[in-house]
Design a protein. Structure first.
Length: 386
């Protein structure tokens, strides 16, 4: 049964985005509310700024709650400005060295989709670099004073992490800025290899408001956002808000049929249908006809979207375990060969959680894969329908 705190949270976000009237929030405020639970949910889902915008003048909300929301909003606004400044400095540094870097998500996207970079929570900066340039870009970051986030890892372990996750996690000790440098949109195990193609990075274009900053083409960015949300099992409402705002921002600029054809070309139609279906389930936004028709024809993705929406309304804070996340990943794989490939990849790849223990000698591999086989078998049994 939906929790009142979840209904109120969703109503606050809808109101802040201009999708529902303030009266909807007022009606829900007449009911008892566990405010600690409400604030916990808002924090987990990354939507505290939007909640603050809806509740800041509501006298039915305890003054202490409004003050906490205001403090968080102010801190997020300051953090967004800090990250934006760091983003501009990084791009200037890379451009001066002839390196091409694409901004992804972060405060720049918050400004573009929400109209204000303080309305979207950002805790780090994400960049995409062409695989051929990755080592040079990484070296340039180290020259700027950034260090590897996992400072105790060996070079071999860092290399293994990059191979598995297509990223390097960096941190600047003085500015306290966290960066994730990617050479592909998704980790290797997800097996949406066409979406990880370098041509998405090659096609990146300058942003209108910041001509020296590069961003993915809108149709590429939408596929990437849907892939990112699905990778994380759509655990946070923030990522669904991004899909809603993207569809609203580019409603007249994107050809929906061309977008579906684009998704089909890159083998991620199911991922796109899941993201748009979830946005429709929770926010009731109208979808362009090609997206609506494709979603109505796809019973499985409609069912997954409804299940994930119910998980949110029931107070769930993400997938219960890795088995649930793997089940969703398997569901979005297109065709039996993709599904079989995903299962095989999950069996043989080295889980990032054990990278810190990784050794290249055969004894370590025998021990690891023996345990991995037992773990995957147990997970498969849990995924089997009863």
């Amino acid at each position: 049964m939906p929790l009142d705190e979840c209904r109120l949270l969703l109503a606050c976000v809808q109101t802040a985005l201009g999708l529902s009237p303030q009266e909807d929030v007022c009606l829900l405020l007449e009911r008892p509310c566990d405010w600690e639970r409400f604030l916990e949910l808002a924090g987990w889902h990354g939507v505290v700024p939007l909640v603050h915008l809806s509740l800041r003048e509501q006298e039915a909300v305890p003054a202490e709650v409004r003050q906490r929301l205001h403090r968080y909003y102010t801190l997020n606004a300051q953090r967004s400005l800090h990250l934006l400044g760091a983003q501009l400095r990084i791009h200037q540094w890379m451009t001066a060295r002839g390196l091409r870097l694409v901004s992804w998500k972060g405060p720049i996207m918050g400004k573009r989709l929400y109209g204000n970079n303080a309305w979207r929570e950002s805790c780090d900066l994400d960049f995409l670099a062409h695989p051929n340039d990755f080592k040079r870009v990484l070296e340039a970051f180290l020259q700027m004073g950034y260090v590897h986030g996992a400072s105790r890892w060996t070079a071999e372990q860092l290399s293994r992490w990059h191979q598995a996750q297509h990223e390097a996690r960096l941190f600047h000790p003085e500015t306290r800025t966290a960066v994730e440098l990617h050479d592909a949109v998704l980790p290797e195990y997800f097996l949406l290899k066409r979406l990880n193609a370098p041509d998405l990075i090659v096609r990146a274009q300058p942003l209108e408001a910041h001509g020296h900053l590069l961003s993915l083409q809108p149709e590429d960015e939408f596929l990437a956002l849907c892939g990112h949300g699905t990778k994380h099992s759509w655990d946070r409402l923030k990522w669904i808000c991004d899909i809603v705002q993207f569809l609203r921002t580019y409603a007249h600029a994107l050809d929906a049929q061309a977008l579906m054809d684009h998704a089909r070309t890159y083998g991620c139609t199911n991922v796109v249908l899941l993201g748009t279906g979830l946005a429709q389930e929770l926010f009731r936004i109208p979808l362009p006809q090609p997206l609506e028709s494709a979603l109505q024809r796809h019973r499985l993705m409609r069912g997954e979207a409804a299940r994930l929406a119910q998980r949110f309304l029931s107070g769930g804070m993400g997938a219960e375990d890795d088995a649930e996340r793997s089940r969703l990943h398997l569901a979005v794989m297109q065709g039996p060969f993709s599904k079989a490939g995903y299962l095989l990849r999950k069996l043989v790849w080295i889980n990032p959680e054990v990278i810190q223990d990784y050794r290249s000698d055969w004894r370590w591999r025998i021990r690891y894969y023996s345990r991995r086989l037992l773990h995957v078998t147990a997970k498969g049994l849990r995924l089997m329908p009863r």
